[in-house]
Design a protein around this ligand. Structure first.
Ligand SMILES: [Zn+2]
Length: 123
């Protein structure tokens, strides 16, 4: 049911901008102070930040799509028939009764599991 998120936390480019060289940026073709990117190209601070924010935006899109998917897939459980408690042979038991006010715990758990849900019982 649950899909893992494909997004990874982006890492901001860690460069020593004091050593930046004034040259043409290979990304925006502007004459700016650049450093060497991991692929060996010259990149300016503006392009490096743009790459980082593009990754963040991509992750946001993935997260929003996952939220929409989760909101659209709400679990619907058809509750079992109502019961009422009666005493039979000195023991309290639940019997199906349309005008009852109780639900059988075992039947409720089975209904939740049948709908694809999971049940965590109190300890
Ligand atoms: Zn640039």
């Amino acid at each position: 049911m649950t899909k893992p998120l494909k997004a990874v936390i982006p890492q901001r480019m860690n460069a020593n901008w004091r050593d930046a060289i004034l040259q043409e940026c290979d990304c925006c073709n502007q004459y700016r102070r650049t450093v060497k990117a991991s692929d060996g190209t010259a990149i300016c601070a503006s392009c490096a930040d743009g790459y980082y924010t593009d990754q963040l935006y991509h992750n946001l899109e993935i997260a929003m799509a996952r939220i929409a998917e989760l909101e659209a897939s709400q679990l619907t459980v058809k509750l079992p028939e109502l019961c009422m408690g009666v005493v039979q042979s000195g023991k309290a038991v639940m019997v199906p009764y349309a005008g009852g006010h109780w639900l059988n715990k075992t039947a409720v758990i089975e209904a939740i599991r049948a709908a694809g849900g999971t049940v965590q019982e109190a300890k």
